[in-house]
Design a protein around this ligand. Structure first.
Ligand code: TYM
Length: 332
């Protein structure tokens, strides 16, 4: 059976971008057709300046939201990265096959490191090695497919490269994974700045729709979205990125096609109104289920406990094999 692995990082409240770009497909497709693991990657949240209590809170919230979107613990494994030691164990071995040059070429590092410096801080070494830990997440489970939004494809490519390199040097140990894309909504853009991704770690702003935003907040954010000059409604990502983003969000929420949907509108106002309502309707069941789960923390704890046990059992044989292959003396 195909093994699928993916994760979300608890560095902020989860967004419509996370949902349309990744999580929705995990629920609708991946958990049904594969042996899938979905992980709250809390170790990755420590790569930038962080508040420990906030990371803990966001990790719990992310786990509840994974379940609220419809991941079913009977069908897949939901767990927290730091509960399974194999991620950190394997990450170190992969640091021994990755190079510093590779790390410095990663787009996210090049974007995030200057941001950290400009906030007056220094850059954590773990930000540089972030993609190695991510490769460990993927390779530990013999993963075939990694369903992610567009912004993560370079990281999955690195995991592929490291798997191939390790296998060539030390003998076949890892499955070589590949990224799978959601098709539509692979990159949901910020409503106030359609040149940049709708990212949860960005400062809270009117351009980001969070999964737990109240309906009226969603409506306000969508109605105030930046559109482009011009008044006709056409789908053109290059020339009219703000409009294209709204059409893509509407298409992803209603199952339509952005270019075809454009033909049905002659004003921005009507498009925004329909997009806002479509988003509200997509988020409604997730928010309702999340509320129920918040009232039942014991259930979420149980899912995470069981998930960690299953994940540990799935990862250990591969990670132990990697320890032997690279030349470490087995414990006596
Ligand atoms: P993270 O937490 O930033 O995002 C989780 C998933 O949501 C997708 N995504 C988006 N898709 C479309 N439009 C957007 N605006 C948008 N924002 C986020 C991301 O592509 C991702 O699929 N490094 C990863 C977490 C990670 C991981 C892994 C993923 C760690 N280890 C192993 C897969 C496999 C991250 O920061 O995702």
């Amino acid at each position: 059976m195909t093994r699928v692995f993916s994760g979300v990082k608890p560095t902020g409240h989860l967004t419509l971008g996370n949902y349309l770009g990744a999580m929705r497909r995990w629920v609708a497709v991946d958990q049904h057709r594969s042996d899938a693991l979905f992980c709250v990657v809390d170790l990755h949240a420590l790569t930038v300046d962080h508040d420990p209590a906030r990371v803990r809170r966001l990790s719990r919230q992310a786990a509840s939201l994974l379940l609220a979107t419809g991941l079913d613990p009977e069908l897949c494994t939901v767990f927290v990265q730091s509960h399974v030691d194999e991620h950190a164990r394997l990450s170190y071995l992969l640091e021994c096959v990755a190079t510093d040059g590779e790390m410095r070429r990663m787009i996210q590092y090049k974007e995030k490191a200057p941001r950290e410096r400009s906030r007056g801080g220094s850059v954590r070494l773990s930000l540089l090695t972030y993609p190695v830990l991510m490769a460990a997440d993927i390779l530990a489970y013999g993963t075939d497919e990694v369903p992610v939004g567009d912004d993560q494809t370079q990281h999955v490519e690195l995991a592929r490269d490291l798997a191939v390199r390790f296998n060539q040097r030390y003998g076949h140990t890892f499955v070589v994974p590949r990224a799978t894309s959601p098709g539509s909504a692979a990159r949901v853009m910020n409503l106030q700045d359609p040149a940049s991704k709708m990212g949860k770690s960005d400062d809270a702003g009117p351009g980001i729709v969070y999964l737990l935003d109240e309906p009226d907040v969603v409506r306000r954010k969508v109605m105030r979205a930046v559109t482009d000059s011009g008044s006709d409604v056409v789908y053109d990502r290059e020339e009219r990125p703000g409009l294209a983003n709204l059409l893509e969000i509407l298409a992803a929420c209603t199952g339509g096609d952005p270019a075809e949907l454009a033909g049905g509108y002659d004003s921005y106002g009507a498009l925004k109104k329909d997009t806002a309502e479509a988003v509200v309707e997509v988020l409604r069941p997730v928010q309702e289920r999340h509320k129920e789960l918040c009232a039942d923390p014991g259930y979420v704890d149980g899912v995470l406990r069981e998930g960690a046990g299953k994940a540990r059992a799935a990862a250990r044989p591969t990670v132990d094999a990697a320890y032997r292959a690279i030349g470490l003396l087995p414990p006596v």
